[in-house]
Design a protein around this ligand. Structure first.
Ligand code: ADP
Ligand code: MG
Length: 231
């Protein structure tokens, strides 16, 4: 279990509270208005933002002060963060080893990850030589190669067209099923949540709410979500 214990996150004058249990093996969407604190929540989980108060407990162990690389999460933020001067394989390899001195076993893992996302044979290319959809796949391979228990995605496919986005969502869903990884995915589109997430965390009015079954939440939205959905 991932336990958020009386967390309060602060960025400038903004504050977000979260106090709930999260099933790390499930697929969870994080939705809510722009500026509500969705990215802030992911930054804190990933270890890039120190909580103002409270603790994060992973399988009984306090990870509040654990380094990002030692946390049970691999993270993909919105802008993919592929390095243009490196090959696709090198970009993926960074997920394993920042020095890029990969053992043959690690190099094989990079190949496997590229194959898993449908990029067999393009490891030698530069990101600019890939289509937008392929770049998203490469970024996903870098997340995958880390073999962490949970994948955190912050609006990773927002820049893709509708058909490509659906393709990527289904790929993420398949990869989670194959690897057993859990998913925490920020999206501004409730349809994304409906498509691949069993439960959803609503972030609104300074609170990250406990995960609720996505269908229940969207069929009978609370006031804060109704305003956001325009219903
Ligand atoms: P979301 O991802 O839900 O759109 P964010 O987590 O990015 O929202 O931002 C939450 C709030 O934190 C925003 O309303 C903004 O006011 C504040 N914020 C974000 N980044 C900064 C920053 N670098 N300095 C000050 N305030 C910030
Ligand atoms: Mg955001």
């Amino acid at each position: 279990m991932l336990e958020l214990k009386d967390l309060e996150l602060r960025v400038g004058t903004f504050a977000l509270r979260a106090s709930c249990d999260v099933d790390p093996a499930s697929r969870i969407a994080v939705i809510g208005p722009s500026g509500a604190g969705k990215s802030t929540l992911l930054m804190a989980l990933a270890g890039f933002l120190k909580p103002f108060v409270g603790n994060m407990i992973w399988q009984g162990v306090d990870i509040t002060k654990t380094d990002p690389s030692a946390r049970p999460f691999s993270v993909l933020f919105q802008d993919n963060n592929l390095f243009p001067h490196m090959s696709v394989a090198q970009n993926v390899g960074l997920g394993l080893r920042p020095s890029l001195r990969l053992s043959s076993e690690e190099a094989a893992k990079v190949d496997d990850a590229l194959t898993a996302v449908g990029l067999t044979g393009v490891g030698g290319r530069k990101p600019a030589e890939l289509s937008g959809g392929q770049q998203s796949r490469a970024a996903l391979a870098r997340v995958l190669v880390q073999s962490k228990p949970m994948i955190l995605l912050d609006e990773p496919f927002a820049a893709l067209g509708p058909a490509l986005k659906i393709e990527m969502l289904d790929l993420v869903s398949d990869l989670c099923a194959e690897t057993g990884a859990g998913l925490l995915m920020v999206s501004h589109d409730p349809e994304d949540a409906k498509r691949i997430c069993d439960s959803t965390i609503l972030v609104a009015d300074g609170i990250a709410h406990a995960p609720t079954a996505t269908d229940d939440l969207l069929s009978d939205p609370p006031e804060a979500l109704r305003a956001y959905l325009g219903k």
